[in-house]
Design a protein around this ligand. Structure first.
Ligand SMILES: Cc1ncc(COP(=O)(O)O)c(C=O)c1O
Length: 384
């Protein structure tokens, strides 16, 4: 009875292919030919990526990825998808990452996107005491721990020009602090703190507590090596860096991220993550990590889009924050949620309001033709 009900439920949900494959399994009548037809893609609503005609500029994705090198590795490794990923594959990726940053492989943890790493970090340090952070930052993973009752967040107001108040954050650290979480460049502001400012600030904080620096967008900046806090890890400071393949490498849906920290801290993070790396994503990351031609191309498309958006905003006289990322935080003169709605009617997705930052909208750099549509549509929607 249970089975019949389930089956009817699947049929009424429209996933006929899934039901067909269930039937095949139940009767033992499946063949490779049937299995191939078991999961037809829907014509009107794609299961992956934006719908036809939709400009997806709301999630800071990079549609210029994955690289051809990553795609080739995905299709080859998928043929071995019957097997759990070999430890040697993860070690290969750890070594590549470690070599680039000049640390030991045991200082690297590979995760399912950097979101998993940040969630694990929040679970490790959150229960000790408050997570001290800027008022506006990528707070999804701190909230994950907070929603489980395992952490709280102490938010420190931004400065008048929307920068992170490092002195204010340091002043809020107490012996009870669980950790400090920073994001450089910050999301959603897009503002980047130079190394000459963030490094001494983080070094000083790290003498008092663990400091996490989320560097998800750092490869998109003008001079990554001058901005990153990785040198602090190498100096033995109590600092954790998180990075991702979702942005410069255009692999948000493939899910690979990593942390750089002391080996001791890495062991704690490794013990807390909840999933293991798929063979396809591991193979993709190995293939594209040092694909300089793709990295240069990917960055050039993001910069091209950003320049288009900035030129549009400047022409319209709209205030915006100078970004070195694949998104721009700006004011259109309309409440963010109203602009989001008006854009949605034109099949353009942008972000709505963050917290109580009513006038601030965020647009991501998608495909150039989509960014162009945004630039052409914005004047119309604000009556310019
Ligand atoms: C600042 C920042 N950090 C981390 C992430 C998580 O990304 P992922 O889990 O895809 O690596 C995001 C996602 O947009 C982000 O904006």
């Amino acid at each position: 009875m249970g089975y019949r009900l389930t089956r009817r439920g699947i049929l009424s949900g429209g996933a006929l292919g899934a039901a067909a494959s269930l039937t095949g399994c139940a009767t033992g009548a499946s063949s490779l030919a049937e299995a191939k037809g078991a999961f037809p893609p829907s014509a009107d609503l794609p299961l992956f990526g934006p719908a036809e005609g939709q400009a997806l500029l709301s999630r800071n994705e990079n549609p210029y990825g994955p690289s051809p090198s990553a795609l080739d590795a995905i299709s080859k490794s998928a043929t071995k998808g019957a097997y759990y990923t070999n430890a040697e594959a993860i070690q290969t990726l750890m070594k590549q990452i470690a070599d680039r940053h000049g640390v030991a492989p045991e200082q690297i943890v590979v995760t399912t996107g950097s979101g998993e790493a940040l969630s694990a970090i929040a679970l490790v340090y959150g229960p000790k005491g408050p997570i001290v952070a800027p008022r506006l930052f990528w707070d999804t993973t701190s909230l994950y721990a907070a929603n489980l009752g395992l952490a709280s967040i102490t938010r420190i107001p931004l400065t008048a020009d929307m920068e992170i108040d490092y002195a204010g954050i340091e002043a809020a650290i107490t012996p009870q602090t669980g950790m400090v979480q920073l994001c450089n460049p910050n999301n959603p502001t897009g503002l980047t703190t130079p190394g000459s400012v963030i490094r001494p600030a983080v070094a000083s904080m790290a003498a008092k507590t663990t400091v996490v620096v989320d560097e998800a967008y750092i490869e998109l900046t003008d001079d990554e090596s001058a901005i990153t806090c990785v040198p602090l890890v190498k100096e033995g400071k109590n600092v954790i860096i998180t990075r991702t393949f979702s942005k410069i490498y255009g692999m948000a849906g493939i899910r690979v991220g990593y942390t750089i920290s002391s080996a001791e801290t890495a062991a704690k993070i490794r013990a807390t993550v909840m999933s293991s790396a798929p063979c396809t994503s591991t193979a993709a990351a190995i293939a594209c990590y040092n694909d300089e031609a793709f990295i240069t191309y990917s960055k050039s498309k993001i910069v091209e889009g950003r320049q288009m958006v900035e030129a549009t905003l400047a022409t319209l006289g709209l205030p915006y924050l100078k970004s070195q990322t694949n998104f721009v935080y700006f004011q259109s003169g309309k409440p963010a949620n109203d602009l989001q709605k008006a854009m949605a009617a034109e099949k353009i997705s942008i972000r709505g309001q963050y917290m109580d930052y009513v006038p601030w909208s965020r647009v991501s750099m998608g495909k150039i033709e989509d960014v162009s549509r945004f630039c052409k549509t914005l004047p119309k929607l604000i009556g310019a």
